[in-house]
Design a protein around this ligand. Structure first.
Ligand code: MF3
Ligand code: CO
Ligand code: CO
Length: 250
Protein backbone atom coordinates (compact mmCIF):
# COMPACT_ATOMS: atom_id res chain seq x y z
CA UNK A 1 0.00 0.00 0.00
CA UNK A 2 1.05 3.58 -0.64
CA UNK A 3 0.87 6.43 1.83
CA UNK A 4 -2.29 8.47 2.30
CA UNK A 5 -2.29 11.92 0.69
CA UNK A 6 -3.12 14.48 3.35
CA UNK A 7 -5.35 17.51 2.85
CA UNK A 8 -4.60 21.02 4.18
CA UNK A 9 -6.31 20.42 7.55
CA UNK A 10 -4.45 17.16 8.09
CA UNK A 11 -1.16 18.80 7.09
CA UNK A 12 -1.71 21.58 9.64
CA UNK A 13 -2.27 18.93 12.32
CA UNK A 14 0.79 16.95 11.23
CA UNK A 15 2.85 20.14 11.55
CA UNK A 16 1.47 20.78 15.04
CA UNK A 17 2.06 17.19 16.20
CA UNK A 18 5.58 17.26 14.73
CA UNK A 19 6.38 20.48 16.59
CA UNK A 20 5.25 18.98 19.89
CA UNK A 21 7.33 15.82 19.40
CA UNK A 22 10.38 17.92 18.46
CA UNK A 23 9.96 20.21 21.47
CA UNK A 24 9.64 17.27 23.86
CA UNK A 25 12.71 15.58 22.37
CA UNK A 26 14.72 18.79 22.83
CA UNK A 27 13.45 19.12 26.41
CA UNK A 28 14.34 15.57 27.44
CA UNK A 29 17.64 15.72 25.55
CA UNK A 30 18.67 18.79 27.53
CA UNK A 31 18.29 16.72 30.74
CA UNK A 32 20.58 13.85 29.69
CA UNK A 33 23.38 13.45 32.24
CA UNK A 34 25.18 10.64 34.12
CA UNK A 35 23.15 9.16 36.98
CA UNK A 36 19.75 9.59 35.37
CA UNK A 37 17.86 6.36 34.62
CA UNK A 38 15.97 5.75 31.40
CA UNK A 39 12.85 5.62 33.62
CA UNK A 40 13.67 9.23 34.58
CA UNK A 41 13.76 10.10 30.87
CA UNK A 42 10.37 8.41 30.48
CA UNK A 43 8.90 10.57 33.29
CA UNK A 44 10.28 13.73 31.66
CA UNK A 45 8.65 12.74 28.36
CA UNK A 46 5.29 11.97 30.00
CA UNK A 47 5.24 15.28 31.89
CA UNK A 48 6.34 17.43 28.96
CA UNK A 49 3.98 15.73 26.50
CA UNK A 50 1.03 16.29 28.85
CA UNK A 51 2.03 19.93 29.39
CA UNK A 52 1.82 20.43 25.63
CA UNK A 53 -1.69 18.93 25.51
CA UNK A 54 -0.54 15.84 23.66
CA UNK A 55 -0.36 12.10 24.33
CA UNK A 56 2.73 9.83 24.10
CA UNK A 57 1.78 7.63 21.13
CA UNK A 58 4.08 4.77 22.10
CA UNK A 59 2.56 4.19 25.56
CA UNK A 60 0.57 0.94 25.30
CA UNK A 61 1.28 0.61 21.56
CA UNK A 62 0.99 -3.17 21.00
CA UNK A 63 1.57 -3.30 24.77
CA UNK A 64 4.78 -1.19 24.82
CA UNK A 65 5.21 -0.30 28.53
CA UNK A 66 6.95 3.09 28.15
CA UNK A 67 6.03 6.54 26.87
CA UNK A 68 9.32 6.73 24.94
CA UNK A 69 11.96 4.38 23.55
CA UNK A 70 15.32 4.81 25.29
CA UNK A 71 18.09 2.84 23.61
CA UNK A 72 21.50 2.91 25.29
CA UNK A 73 24.84 1.82 23.74
CA UNK A 74 24.32 -1.62 22.13
CA UNK A 75 20.52 -1.21 22.17
CA UNK A 76 19.59 -0.41 18.57
CA UNK A 77 15.94 0.54 19.15
CA UNK A 78 12.75 -0.06 21.15
CA UNK A 79 14.63 0.16 24.47
CA UNK A 80 12.14 -0.07 27.35
CA UNK A 81 12.76 2.61 30.02
CA UNK A 82 13.87 1.06 33.33
CA UNK A 83 14.79 2.32 36.81
CA UNK A 84 17.92 0.12 36.79
CA UNK A 85 19.10 1.31 33.35
CA UNK A 86 21.27 4.19 34.51
CA UNK A 87 23.18 6.54 32.19
CA UNK A 88 26.95 6.57 32.68
CA UNK A 89 29.52 9.01 31.37
CA UNK A 90 30.71 7.86 27.94
CA UNK A 91 27.38 6.26 26.99
CA UNK A 92 25.22 7.12 24.00
CA UNK A 93 21.43 7.04 24.35
CA UNK A 94 18.88 7.38 21.59
CA UNK A 95 15.56 8.85 22.65
CA UNK A 96 12.62 8.28 20.31
CA UNK A 97 9.62 10.53 21.01
CA UNK A 98 6.26 10.07 19.28
CA UNK A 99 3.41 12.44 20.20
CA UNK A 100 -0.26 12.47 19.25
CA UNK A 101 -1.98 15.84 19.07
CA UNK A 102 -5.46 16.42 17.67
CA UNK A 103 -5.56 12.92 16.15
CA UNK A 104 -2.21 13.12 14.28
CA UNK A 105 1.26 11.87 15.15
CA UNK A 106 4.78 13.31 15.05
CA UNK A 107 7.78 10.95 15.41
CA UNK A 108 11.40 12.00 16.03
CA UNK A 109 14.53 10.54 17.54
CA UNK A 110 18.06 11.68 18.32
CA UNK A 111 21.09 10.05 19.91
CA UNK A 112 22.72 11.97 22.77
CA UNK A 113 26.14 11.70 24.40
CA UNK A 114 26.25 11.18 28.15
CA UNK A 115 29.29 13.13 29.39
CA UNK A 116 32.39 12.91 27.18
CA UNK A 117 32.09 10.56 24.15
CA UNK A 118 34.82 8.21 22.89
CA UNK A 119 35.95 8.69 19.27
CA UNK A 120 33.98 5.54 18.35
CA UNK A 121 30.79 6.86 19.97
CA UNK A 122 31.24 10.16 18.18
CA UNK A 123 31.69 8.32 14.88
CA UNK A 124 28.55 6.17 15.02
CA UNK A 125 26.43 9.12 16.12
CA UNK A 126 27.75 11.46 13.44
CA UNK A 127 27.32 8.83 10.71
CA UNK A 128 23.72 8.14 11.83
CA UNK A 129 22.92 11.86 11.66
CA UNK A 130 24.47 12.08 8.18
CA UNK A 131 22.50 9.01 7.02
CA UNK A 132 19.26 10.64 8.14
CA UNK A 133 20.17 13.84 6.32
CA UNK A 134 21.12 11.91 3.16
CA UNK A 135 17.75 10.13 3.26
CA UNK A 136 15.91 13.43 3.70
CA UNK A 137 17.85 15.05 0.85
CA UNK A 138 16.63 12.31 -1.51
CA UNK A 139 12.90 12.77 -0.70
CA UNK A 140 10.74 14.30 -3.45
CA UNK A 141 7.47 13.65 -5.29
CA UNK A 142 7.82 10.44 -7.31
CA UNK A 143 10.90 9.01 -5.59
CA UNK A 144 10.84 5.33 -4.62
CA UNK A 145 11.57 4.23 -1.06
CA UNK A 146 14.49 2.12 -2.37
CA UNK A 147 16.30 5.29 -3.46
CA UNK A 148 16.01 6.70 0.06
CA UNK A 149 17.29 3.45 1.52
CA UNK A 150 20.16 3.42 -0.95
CA UNK A 151 21.17 6.96 0.06
CA UNK A 152 21.13 6.04 3.75
CA UNK A 153 22.98 2.73 3.35
CA UNK A 154 25.67 4.19 1.05
CA UNK A 155 26.34 7.00 3.53
CA UNK A 156 26.85 4.42 6.29
CA UNK A 157 29.00 2.13 4.13
CA UNK A 158 31.32 4.94 3.05
CA UNK A 159 32.14 5.49 6.74
CA UNK A 160 32.70 1.79 7.51
CA UNK A 161 29.31 1.41 9.22
CA UNK A 162 26.18 -0.58 8.40
CA UNK A 163 22.42 -0.18 8.82
CA UNK A 164 19.81 -2.31 10.59
CA UNK A 165 17.56 -4.35 8.25
CA UNK A 166 14.73 -5.64 10.46
CA UNK A 167 13.07 -2.30 11.19
CA UNK A 168 12.44 0.74 9.02
CA UNK A 169 10.69 4.05 8.65
CA UNK A 170 7.00 4.31 7.85
CA UNK A 171 4.14 6.45 6.71
CA UNK A 172 2.58 8.53 9.47
CA UNK A 173 -0.72 10.34 9.95
CA UNK A 174 -3.75 9.42 12.02
CA UNK A 175 -1.77 6.33 13.03
CA UNK A 176 1.86 6.29 14.18
CA UNK A 177 2.71 3.51 11.73
CA UNK A 178 1.12 3.62 8.28
CA UNK A 179 2.28 2.31 4.89
CA UNK A 180 4.70 2.42 3.22
CA UNK A 181 7.69 0.75 4.86
CA UNK A 182 10.83 2.91 4.40
CA UNK A 183 13.93 0.66 4.75
CA UNK A 184 17.42 1.99 5.49
CA UNK A 185 18.80 0.07 2.50
CA UNK A 186 17.68 -0.69 -1.04
CA UNK A 187 18.13 0.12 -4.71
CA UNK A 188 16.81 3.19 -6.54
CA UNK A 189 14.31 1.22 -8.67
CA UNK A 190 12.76 -0.61 -5.70
CA UNK A 191 9.93 0.09 -3.30
CA UNK A 192 6.81 2.24 -3.26
CA UNK A 193 6.68 5.55 -5.08
CA UNK A 194 6.11 8.55 -2.79
CA UNK A 195 3.67 11.31 -3.69
CA UNK A 196 3.45 14.94 -2.60
CA UNK A 197 1.34 15.51 0.52
CA UNK A 198 2.19 12.14 2.03
CA UNK A 199 4.13 12.00 5.29
CA UNK A 200 6.84 9.49 6.18
CA UNK A 201 9.68 9.06 8.65
CA UNK A 202 13.36 8.87 7.79
CA UNK A 203 14.97 7.05 10.71
CA UNK A 204 18.16 5.09 9.94
CA UNK A 205 19.72 2.99 12.68
CA UNK A 206 23.48 2.80 12.13
CA UNK A 207 25.78 0.16 13.62
CA UNK A 208 29.57 -0.03 13.93
CA UNK A 209 29.61 -3.81 13.42
CA UNK A 210 27.10 -6.42 12.28
CA UNK A 211 23.47 -5.35 11.66
CA UNK A 212 22.15 -8.53 13.27
CA UNK A 213 19.95 -7.85 16.32
CA UNK A 214 18.73 -9.94 19.26
CA UNK A 215 15.65 -9.30 21.40
CA UNK A 216 15.75 -9.02 25.21
CA UNK A 217 13.44 -11.12 27.39
CA UNK A 218 11.15 -8.06 27.70
CA UNK A 219 10.02 -8.77 24.13
CA UNK A 220 10.90 -5.24 22.95
CA UNK A 221 14.49 -4.14 23.47
CA UNK A 222 16.56 -4.91 20.34
CA UNK A 223 20.35 -5.15 20.84
CA UNK A 224 23.16 -5.72 18.40
CA UNK A 225 24.14 -9.39 18.39
CA UNK A 226 27.84 -8.43 18.49
CA UNK A 227 27.44 -5.95 21.37
CA UNK A 228 28.82 -3.01 19.36
CA UNK A 229 27.04 0.34 19.59
CA UNK A 230 24.21 1.72 17.50
CA UNK A 231 22.81 5.22 16.92
CA UNK A 232 19.61 6.56 15.37
CA UNK A 233 18.17 9.87 14.19
CA UNK A 234 14.61 10.35 12.94
CA UNK A 235 12.55 13.11 11.41
CA UNK A 236 8.96 13.12 10.20
CA UNK A 237 8.80 14.73 6.75
CA UNK A 238 6.05 15.87 4.41
CA UNK A 239 6.77 15.01 0.76
CA UNK A 240 6.47 18.03 -1.54
CA UNK A 241 6.71 18.56 -5.31
CA UNK A 242 10.38 19.48 -5.17
CA UNK A 243 11.60 17.86 -1.95
CA UNK A 244 10.21 17.73 1.54
CA UNK A 245 9.31 19.77 4.59
CA UNK A 246 10.78 18.53 7.87
CA UNK A 247 7.91 18.50 10.41
CA UNK A 248 9.98 17.74 13.51
CA UNK A 249 12.54 20.57 13.60
CA UNK A 250 12.89 22.10 17.06
N1 MF3 B 1 8.88 5.68 17.47
C1 MF3 B 1 9.16 4.36 16.95
C2 MF3 B 1 9.33 4.52 15.45
O1 MF3 B 1 10.08 5.36 15.05
C3 MF3 B 1 8.05 3.41 17.29
C4 MF3 B 1 8.43 2.41 18.29
S1 MF3 B 1 7.09 1.40 18.59
C5 MF3 B 1 7.14 1.14 20.26
O2 MF3 B 1 8.72 3.91 14.62
F1 MF3 B 1 6.07 0.47 20.53
F2 MF3 B 1 8.24 0.51 20.56
F3 MF3 B 1 7.11 2.28 20.91
CO1 CO C 1 10.30 7.04 16.31
CO1 CO D 1 9.23 6.17 13.36
Amino acid sequence: MSAERHGPRAIARLRAAGSVAAATLAWVGAHVRPGLSTADLDRLVRDDTRRRGARPSQLGYHGFPGAVCTSRNDVACHGVPREDDVLESGDVVSIDVTSELDGYHGDTCATFFVGEPSPEARHVVEVARRCRDAGIAAVRDGVRTGELGHAMHETARREGCDVVRVVGGHGIGRKMHEPPHVPFFGEPGEGKRLRADTAITIEPIVVLGSPELVEDADGWTLRTADGRWAAQFEHTVLVTRTGCEILTLS
